[in-house]
Write a protein that binds this ligand. Structure first.
Ligand code: HEC
Length: 122
């Protein structure tokens, strides 16, 4: 009887450990379509929607109003085309700066993809 219990307990342990082995943490991934990101429709309105323009509307750089954002981001050195992840803009949206938490994971991924594609004014 005792021996059987031991075997049973052993089996249960194997099952539990086995279950743990297959438990993997799946990182939150965003799958974006292959086509290039379009600044005018996908990026420019984003900052207004996320509330960035409550502060970034001229007085505080970068100016993120839809009609000013491109020039301000490119000329102000907020984008790093060579090392996109190192862009000041990307670092800011991934910190708890301002209203950055209003940006969805997809929007953040779009911003990074846009810079990786050369930050085009398309
Ligand atoms: C409550 C006001 C406020 C809001 C909202 C806000 N910002 Fe800012 N932001 C500032 C101020 C002030 C600075 C300058 C000081 C600093 O770098 O934090 C700044 C700086 C920045 C910079 C420049 C950082 C650098 O290294 O020079 C970027 C890029 C930026 N903000 C992006 C954003 C984006 C994108 C949003 C929206 C998701 C946003 N901010 C929302 C106030 C704000």
């Amino acid at each position: 009887m005792k021996k059987r219990f031991g075997i049973l307990a052993g089996l249960v342990m194997v099952l539990i450990l086995g279950a743990c082995e297959y438990e993997t943490i799946v990182p939150k991934q965003v799958v974006l379509p292959d086509e290039p990101v379009k600044f005018s429709t996908q990026i420019a309105p984003m900052f207004d929607e996320a509330g960035c323009t409550a502060c970034h509307a001229g007085a505080t750089n970068p100016d993120l109003r839809p009609d000013k954002a491109y020039e301000s981001l490119v000329n102000g050195g907020y984008l790093n085309i060579v090392v996109p992840d190192d862009s000041k803009l990307i670092k800011k949206i991934n910190s708890n700066h301002g209203t950055a938490s209003n940006l969805s994971a997809e929007q953040k991924a779009l911003l990074l993809k846009w810079i990786k594609e050369g930050a085009k004014n398309n």
